[in-house]
Design a protein around this ligand. Sequence first.
Ligand SMILES: Nc1nc2c(ncn2[C@@H]2O[C@H](COP(=O)(O)OP(=O)(O)O)[C@@H](O)[C@H]2O)c(=O)[nH]1
Ligand SMILES: [Mg+2]
Length: 202
Amino acid sequence: MNPLYHRSRFLLSTLNFDRDVPDRGYEVAFAGRSNAGKSSALNAITNRRSLARTSKTPGRTQQLVFFEVDEQRRLVDLPGYGYAKVPGQTREQWRHALEHYLKSRRCLRGVFLIMDIRRPLTEFDRQMIEWCRYYELPLHILLTKADKLKYGPAKNTLLKVEKTLAEQAGPAGVQLFSAPKRLGVAEVHAVLDDWLAVPTDR
Ligand SMILES: Nc1nc2c(ncn2[C@@H]2O[C@H](COP(=O)(O)OP(=O)(O)O)[C@@H](O)[C@H]2O)c(=O)[nH]1
Ligand SMILES: [Mg+2]
């Protein structure tokens, strides 16, 4: 239980974050391929049934959705990249918007990457991992829908992904997660506590 994140509320969704959300305080971003389970993970983390769907309107999939934890801290739902059917030009815009955010956002403290445990490390996931490495952003991976696999296969995937990351991406956390079972929520809260810690005045 971590009531801090349970107080999160929808702030706004926008394409133009530079203009609409001042680059102050602290942010943690959530990225993932469409349908990986990002909204469900956000809802589990904030203990809401539908926080992350508040703004889920067709045509708005390219927007960044901001949630306020408190005055200084925000969670950001990044565009769910990876719809197979989007035209190449739209995909390029997504890529550009995502990279611009990761590269320029000074208040960004870390990135959660949500992967469906049955389809880990897609091309899009690898791109996100590469950007995080390049821009020196802390990265923590959720292998979600872990309830869809038995413990053995889930654990094997966890070990495989950890190995790949260690070889190719440098330090990153990886864990199992399940929204309906609330598996791994406490671990996520601990990472958030770490990344969003407000330095004490000295
Ligand atoms: N069994 C199971 N299903 C999940 C889990 N997380 C998401 N789903 C389902 O996967 C689908 C996509 O989830 P959603 O959160 O909307 O994905 P998003 O597009 O990444 O935001 C929905 O049908 C969810 O109910 C999970 O941990 N376990
Ligand atoms: Mg979603």
